[in-house]
Ligand binder design. Structure first.
Ligand SMILES: Nc1ncnc2c1ncn2[C@@H]1O[C@H](COP(=O)(O)OP(=O)(O)OP(=O)(O)O)[C@@H](O)[C@H]1O
Length: 267
């Protein structure tokens, strides 16, 4: 894997003003001076407990939120075209049932991002290839189905096909397996790894599950209360972590005799 960067996050903080009718609740510092580099072609795991700022980080990268301070830089991409462009970033959400319109067929759902981007219909073969690439075969049996007739894992595969059809440079996967059974979750992680191998796509994998992060990530950033408290390669984080918080996450994943299916034998 090369070390070319895709996104650089420099000293980024994000403060949310107090909620409540009179904004009388205290403000929240969701991100506190975060610096991080997303390298091209890697799976970067962002791990932390609820409220540690993971989703806020993803929303800042997507441009859905603006940093209160600090800077996010995007690499110039040039795919043999005359003009350089920013990396195209797509997102996969935690709940594939909620994130997919119940009124649209699988074919319409997968075609929609291209129609929004280009304003014209998509070549049907492209939709078929996208569905094949996520293992929804025979494709003909899925095209006219609605999300409520699919299993959770199949819905998440539709969400991945929808994200992949516009050929993004990076996908932010925000807790993509937390609502799935463990074995289906492993299938989705394997699919993401397979896509990384085949296309060189970069993933930002947001999770509260350190074992899932260890299974799929090249590098892992551990977040606590809006800060990155530890960063390293998967092996460093699993075998040689320093921060007490990381140790406690590892202990809860492996401790008390619990078997965790994501942990590989190398750890
Ligand atoms: N729009 C908002 N307005 C006010 N506070 C917010 C807003 N969005 C997030 N927060 C607060 O910012 C903090 C970080 O939230 P964030 O959703 O980034 O955490 P997270 O690590 O993704 O948590 P989870 O795993 O539960 O999704 C939390 O305290 C949350 O309540």
């Amino acid at each position: 894997m090369d070390d070319f960067w895709l996104i650089k996050i420099d000293n980024v903080s994000k403060v949310f003003k107090g909620r409540g009718m009179f904004r009388n609740e205290p403000e929240v510092k969701a991100l506190d001076n975060v610096s991080l580099t997303v390298k091209k072609g890697e799976v970067l795991g962002i791990i932390g407990e609820s409220g540690s700022g993971k989703t806020t980080l993803g929303k800042l990268i997507l441009g859905l939120l603006k940093p209160t301070s600090g800077n996010i830089s995007f690499a110039d991409i040039n795919n043999n075209s005359t003009e350089n462009r920013k990396p195209l970033v797509q997102v996969i959400f935690q709940d594939p049932y909620d994130s997919l319109s119940h009124m649209m067929t699988v074919e319409q759902l997968v075609a929609e991002p291209c129609i929004i981007n280009n304003g014209k219909n998509v070549d049907r073969n492209r939709i078929i290839r996208a569905l094949e690439s996520v293992g929804l075969t025979p494709v003909e049996s899925f095209l006219r189905k609605y999300p409520h007739t699919l299993s959770g894992g199949q819905r998440q595969r539709v969400a991945i096909a929808r994200a992949m059809i516009s050929e993004p440079d990076m996908i932010i996967a925000d807790e993509p397996i937390s609502m799935l059974d463990a074995s289906i979750g492993v299938d989705i992680l394997n699919l993401m790894l397979d896509m990384k191998e085949r296309t060189g796509i970069t993933f930002l994998f947001i999770t509260h599950d350190i074992a899932a992060a260890a299974y799929i990530s090249d590098n892992i950033a551990v977040m606590k209360e809006g800060k990155i408290v530890e960063y390293g390669s998967r092996k460093q984080i699993i075998s040689d972590c320093c921060h007490e918080y990381t140790k406690s996450l590892l202990l809860s994943a492996t401790g008390a005799g619990t078997e965790n299916e994501y942990f590989c034998s190398e750890f």
